[in-house]
Every structure is written in structure tokens, then in C-alpha cells.
Design a protein around this ligand. Structure first.
Ligand SMILES: *Cc1c(COP(=O)(O)O)cnc(C)c1O
Ligand SMILES: [Zn+2]
Length: 470
């Protein structure tokens, strides 16, 4: 395993460290999240120009394969792998930063100051591919054969695509009636075993964590963003933003917040770049949530919960979660009531002098249409970043001449139902709640397995022995 990387608990009162080759999704000592940390003093860190030169590579062999990837092009900034042979890539992260002057004019920013980081251009159509490239690399280092995730849709699409290409078997848990059709169609087409339980994302995540931890016989490697390697790959989104801006740091990064993996990864990316002397200042962060799924907004903005050197007020989180408020928003990718990366997001907000805002569904859909009108297109969750930027300009928090980067997290075709419904009033998604009208005719038809939200039933559906579950 890499000699200069280790896993470390983020809890300041614990800080336990673990070998990079262990499969962990939480600190075994205290249950907190883990970071991947590097011994930078003993590692070579190239100049920006090295990363830039790799961008033009088209090769599929040897180093060309790595240079072609928008994640591994920056491999010296996530050096947890042993050798290049470990690295998994499917050409993820060849995405672009677009100057969106028409959208800028609509939302009140000066011409040339609004940039959209268009992550919909990834192979599976969302930013999730960045993280999967890193997590699959780790999965391969440790010899995993089965990978699983809970998903609001895009994680499952990315996982299924990477698994299909790297010969691992994929299991995805999705909530009933909660997934956009584009994403469901991907998981099925890429051949994942798709477990559709009666419940929402948070229920799915609980189950898949249980399956990975408590039913070791199934031998499942967990790919949700509690997996710290995912976040290492997602740091690369910010490296690409910087490259497109010729290594000039923008004023604001605006990102939708669901499970808060992206915002956590961005905070870590900028912290490290600053430590390494590659940037001289850190941009501010705005995390935008949907009003119907706003736990971070509630805790950070309304209740004033802060990172506080790691001693953040978890009692306030527990009290909020005890209210069991169901997440409900048209932006299904951020329809999450209990974000697993909450502590890391609080840390990112601290490091990036960040703020959190919420926008309601009609506002999200209006801004999705706006992004679509001017040539990019995105799914509802992604448009929260643009809607949030307008709100922050109106509130006087973001200056009209500030340089702003909004992350467009997913492709427009991910969620055609939302687009069609916005433009026509026809609700295609309602069909998901009905039983199939006919048996599928395809020879390799891959139907979702509908299961109750019950551990023994899920284990049985996965071919395990339900008697092993107490
Ligand atoms: C996963 C996802 C999000 C939420 O990102 P987090 O890292 O979980 O906060 C937002 N938009 C899209 C399109 C996504 O797929
Ligand atoms: Zn710990």
C-alpha cells in the first residue's frame, strides 16, 4: 500500500489512524468519519503546468490513460494508490467550465463573472464519476469483488457503470418512487442488481450500511460518500475549475448540498492546495439546499451550529433528526434528510468562510429552465446552485462583480420527467408507483427487485441466509 497515505479519524479527541489498505467507512474507535491524509513532505508535488500539459492527452495506454482522466491527471494530489496499475479510470472528469454570460445577465452578475462547471459531461452524466474513479481504485487495491451503494440515482448510475467496466458486481439500493427515470434506466442497463425498498434514501443508506458492516458473508464494499476515497476523487472538480481559470482562485464556489460529499471534498481540496502553497487564498463556499430537504440550512444558518475545531453541537443535530422530518423535493438528487457528511461539511464551511441557503422547488425549476434556455441544461438539483447564487446577489452577500463558479452537478437528461412536467404539466413519474403493465420482453431484462424495508428480506433477496440476521 502507499507508504505516504493513511486514514485518520476526523474527531479531534480521537484522531486514530489506520492503514490505507483497510476497508472502513467510519472510525472503529469512535464512529466518526475518516479522512485520507498524506505525508506531503515525502511526496513530490508538481507545478500547475505539469497538470496542464496532461490535459491534451488522448492516449488510452499507460500514462496516457491516466492523463486523459480529469481525476488522475491530478494524481499527485490524491496519491493513495500503490502503482499506476491500481488505478481505475473510464475517462471521467473531462468536463468544462463554461462562461455563462446570458445566465449571468438574468441573475444580476456582471458579464464574464458567472462560470458553470458542467459535470453533466461525465460518462454517466453526473459528477459522481469523479469519486467512483477513486473509490474503485481503492476497491481494486483491497481485492473487493462486490460493491454497493444507496442512492437517490446518480451514485447508482456511476457505480453500475464503473462496476460493469471493471468486472465487479454491483448492488444498488433505491427508494421507492424516489428516483428519476434517467438514473433508474442507467442502473438497469449497466446490469446492477437493483434493490428497490419501500422507503426513502435515508432508509436505503441505513440498510446498505448494515449489509456492508453486519453481514460480512455477503462481502460487500460500500461505495457511498461515507467512503473517504470517493471524496478524494471529487477534489478534482475544483482542480479543473482552477485550471480553467488559469489557476486564479474565484471568489465563490456555489454547490447544491445533499449528502454533502461534494462540499466536504471541496473544503479538503482547497485546504490541501493552500498548505502546499499552490494557491494563496481560499474561495468562499455557498451550499444550497432545497427547502424540502434542508438539515444543513437548519443547523448552520438557523441554529448557528459551527465546526468549532471539531467540537460541533451534535445534540442539535440529534434533536433535529428526532423530529423525523421527511425529505421532499423535486430535486431528487438532494432529497436527503440525514446527510452523512454533515461534520465534514461543517469543517468545509469553516475553512472556506462558507454559508448555507435554501431555495424552494418552484425556484429550482425556474432556474433549471433558465440554465436549459441558454444551452447547458442540468437536472433540478444542479440548478439549485444558480438559484442560490441569485438569492445571494439579492441579499447583497455576493457582489455583482464577484467571480462565481456554480457546479452543475448532473446532466439534463437525467430527469426528463421534471423537465417535461415543467414545460407541459404532464406527470410521467406517477407511473413509477404502479405495478408493471406487462412482463419485460428483453432477453437480458434487468428488473428492479421490490423488497420491504426489512433486513432479513433484503439479505434473502441478495442470496444470503436470512437466518444470519437476528
Ligand atoms: C449527488 C448529487 C448531488 C448532491 O451532492 P452531495 O455531494 O451528496 O451533496 C447534487 N446534484 C446531483 C446531480 C447529484 O447527483
Ligand atoms: Zn475516532
Amino acid at each position: 500500500m502507499s507508504q505516504h497515505a493513511h486514514q485518520q479519524c476526523i474527531n479531534p479527541d480521537c484522531q486514530a489512524t489506520f492503514d490505507i489498505g483497510r476497508v472502513l467507512v467510519a472510525c472503529p474507535d469512535c464512529g466518526a468519519l475518516l479522512d485520507i491524509l498524506y505525508d506531503w513532505d515525502r511526496l513530490p508535488v508538481p507545478a500547475w503546468s505539469t497538470f496542464e500539459q496532461r490535459w491534451s492527452t488522448t492516449g488510452v495506454n499507460d500514462d496516457g490513460r491516466l492523463d486523459f482522466s480529469g481525476v488522475w491527471r491530478f494524481r499527485e494530489l490524491l496519491p493513495f494508490y500503490r502503482t499506476a496499475d491500481d488505478i481505475v479510470t473510464i475517462g471521467e472528469g473531462r468536463t468544462q467550465l463554461q462562461d455563462a454570460h446570458q445566465v449571468a445577465a438574468e441573475i444580476g452578475l456582471k458579464r464574464g463573472q458567472l462560470h458553470l462547471q458542467y459535470e453533466g459531461l461525465n460518462p454517466s452524466g453526473s459528477f459522481k464519476d469523479n469519486g467512483m474513479a477513486a473509490a474503485f481504485t481503492h476497491a481494486r487495491m483491497v481485492g473487493a469483488t462486490k460493491v454497493a451503494c444507496a442512492s437517490t440515482g446518480n451514485t447508482s448510475a456511476a457505480l453500475a457503470l464503473f462496476a460493469g467496466l471493471s468486472g465487479l458486481s454491483a448492488i444498488v439500493f433505491i427508494g421507492s418512487g424516489k428516483i428519476a427515470y434517467g438514473k433508474l434506466s442507467q442502473a438497469l442497463d449497466y446490469g446492477a442488481t437493483t434493490i428497490q425498498i419501500q422507503g426513502d434514501f435515508d432508509a436505503c443508506l441505513r440498510r446498505v450500511q448494515q449489509i456492508a458492516a453486519d453481514v460480512p458473508d455477503l462481502g460487500i464494499y460500500l461505495m457511498n460518500s461515507v467512503n473517504p476515497f470517493r471524496l478524494e476523487g471529487q477534489k478534482a472538480i475544483m482542480y479543473r475549475v482552477l485550471q480553467a481559470l488559469e489557476w486564479q482562485v474565484p471568489d465563490w464556489i456555489v454547490v447544491p448540498g445533499g449528502n454533502l460529499g461534494n462540499s466536504s471534498a471541496f473544503g479538503k481540496a482547497f485546504t490541501e492546495l493552500h498548505q502546499l502553497g499552490l494557491i494563496d487564498r481560499i474561495p468562499r463556499l455557498a451550499i444550497i439546499q432545497a427547502t424540502g430537504a434542508n438539515p444543513l440550512y437548519e443547523l448552520h444558518t438557523e441554529q448557528g451550529v459551527r465546526w468549532n475545531d471539531g467540537h460541533w453541537d451534535s445534540a442539535k443535530r440529534d434533536a433535529l433528526y428526532d423530529r423525523n422530518i421527511p425529505a421532499n423535493t423535486v430535486a431528487s438528487a438532494i432529497e436527503i434528510g440525514r446527510p452523512v457528511n454533515l461534520p465534514k461539511a461543517l469543517r468545509a464551511l469553516h475553512v472556506m468562510d462558507g454559508i448555507v441557503r435554501q431555495v424552494d422547488d418552484p425556484t429550482i425549476l425556474e432556474h433549471k429552465a433558465l440554465v436549459g434556455r441558454y444551452g447547458f441544461g442540468c437536472e433540478p438539483a444542479s440548478a439549485a446552485s444558480v438559484a442560490g447564487t441569485r438569492l445571494l446577489i439579492e441579499q447583497g452577500v455576493i457582489d455583482r462583480d464577484a467571480r462565481v463558479v456554480c457546479v452543475l452537478t448532473g446532466h439534463q437528461l437525467k430527469d426528463p420527467d421534471a423537465t417535461v412536467k415543467y414545460h407541459t404539466g404532464i406527470d410521467m413519474k406517477a407511473a413509477q408507483d404502479h405495478a408493471p403493465v406487462s412482463d419485460p420482453a428483453g432477453r437480458i431484462a434487468n428488473q428492479p427487485v421490490r423488497v420491504d424495508d426489512d433486513l432479513a428480506s433484503i439479505v434473502a433477496a441478495l442470496g444470503g441466509d436470512p437466518a444470519l440476521v437476528s
